[in-house]
Design a binder for this molecule. Structure first.
Ligand code: OGA
Ligand code: ZN
Ligand code: ZN
Length: 395
């Protein structure tokens, strides 16, 4: 007569099936009554013995590529709360806790960008917005972001969920924005300046973009010329005494949503057509082509790139050009639509923070004869802000 456990595990050609219904649900902490299938390479890859996984660093030592193509389980047995497998891979033995297997069952999994095995506390719910946000932009007090970790957490979460927030009361001291970035995460440097001075002072330094003039800056994302643009952008106003120069912001996620609803073909085209951006100064020259809308595997917006001033002549097959320009202008008009734009004035000591992978920023033209305007900006990577959220939640 067969032992009771032999009814729970079935060995197939390339996988084994575990009948979770046969397990005592209380014992393994689940009420799953389905059959879970685990493929041999997946199981072998997740062997947590000390030979395969470093017990201190919790990192894999086993080299996944070296798992034999002809891998098979010789035997598989349930003993207590464990599934023990012996492989035809040099007789290697693996033991898997049943609760771990139940938690990592992928039998019902869908192809999604986030690994749902990890209960990631930094995953948020993005809220798209338009002009209605104007009176409700998340606003934080600079001193509290140092004194109160819950405020710092709320601030990082606002960057994650809205991609726009304002900090008031920062010291109007040069270099402050670098120190602030270090307080949250760390500065993301590029080949250009680590800290960017934005002011209209012709001749004082190498003015390499329109920001260094008094002209209007249409909503744009910074550094779309990078394959990995800086994720978070912070604008610190040392002085803002000119008439004009109000800040503007547009939620690229809202705009992308609108384009997808109005013209799905235009949306797909912009998600699949590379556009070239270039930014150069006497320090560097960075050029790359990427779609304006970079999507994840489940179609969600990963990176929104848009910069009228840095876009290079479009180079596409001739029969694609008309459709491209139609889609590009539709997107651009949504970016410019008054119902999608917030506009506000930032004063000395204010910091505006944007998710530069999603939210576009700009400013109105200003009259430098009416007063000084000088801001310093610096970047962080979005992943480092998410890391800060996880670390704050651990304390
Ligand atoms: C920039 C920029 C905004 C401003 O320098 O990239 O967008 O308010 N500046 O001057
Ligand atoms: Zn092992
Ligand atoms: Zn900018």
């Amino acid at each position: 007569m067969l032992a009771w456990w032999s009814f729970m595990v079935t060995l197939n050609t390339s996988s084994l099936s575990l009948n979770l219904a046969c397990l005592n649900a209380d014992r393994v902490g689940l009420d799953n009554n389905s059959i879970a299938e685990f493929h041999y390479p997946w199981l072998r890859d997740n062997c947590h013995c000390h030979e395969c996984y470093h017990p201190d660093t919790h990192e894999r030592i086993l080299v996944s590529a070296e798992i034999p193509f002809c891998l098979r389980a010789e035997t598989a047995q349930i003993e207590g709360d464990w599934l023990n497998v012996e492989w035809n891979d040099r007789g290697h033995k693996s033991a898997y806790q049943l609760t771990w297997l139940a938690e990592h069952s992928y039998s019902q999994s869908k192809l999604v960008s986030q690994n749902t095995f990890l209960a990631d506390p930094a995953v948020g719910e993005i809220t798209t917005w338009g002009r209605e946000l104007q009176q409700n932009i998340a606003t934080f007090d600079y001193a509290k972001l140092y004194a109160d970790p819950s405020q710092l957490l709320a601030f990082c979460q606002a960057i994650r969920d809205y991609g726009l927030c304002i900090v008031r009361g920062a010291p109007a001291v040069e270099g402050e924005i670098e120190r602030f970035a270090e307080h949250i995460a760390c500065v993301r440097e590029t080949i250009y300046d680590r800290l960017h001075n934005v002011r209209a002072s012709p001749g004082e330094y190498n003015a390499y973009n329109v920001a260094s003039t008094t002209l209007e800056l249409k909503p744009h994302t910074d550094m779309p010329n990078y394959n990995n643009p800086p994720g978070v952008q912070m604008f610190h106003f040392l002085v803002n005494d000119s008439i004009g120069g109000e800040s503007t912001a547009v939620d690229g996620a809202r705009v992308a949503e609108q384009l997808k609803a109005q013209d799905p073909e235009a949306f797909d085209l912009l998600a699949n057509t590379p556009m070239c951006f270039r930014m150069f100064s006497d320090r560097g020259d960075v050029i790359n082509s990427n779609p304006l809308l970079t999507l994840g595997v489940d179609g969600e917006l990963r990176v929104f790139r848009f910069s009228n001033q840095l876009a290079q002549p479009v180079n596409l097959p001739a029969d694609k050009m008309e459709a491209f320009y139609l889609a590009y202008r539709k997107l651009g008009r949504l970016v410019e639509a008054p119902e999608n734009k917030v506009e506000f004035r930032l004063n000395t000591g204010d910091i505006m923070v944007t998710n530069n992978l999603r939210v576009l920023h700009g400013r109105n033209a200003y009259d430098s004869s009416t007063g000084d305007r000088h801001l310093q900006l610096s970047y962080m990577d979005f992943d480092d802000v998410l890391s800060r959220i996880r670390m704050l939640l651990k304390t």
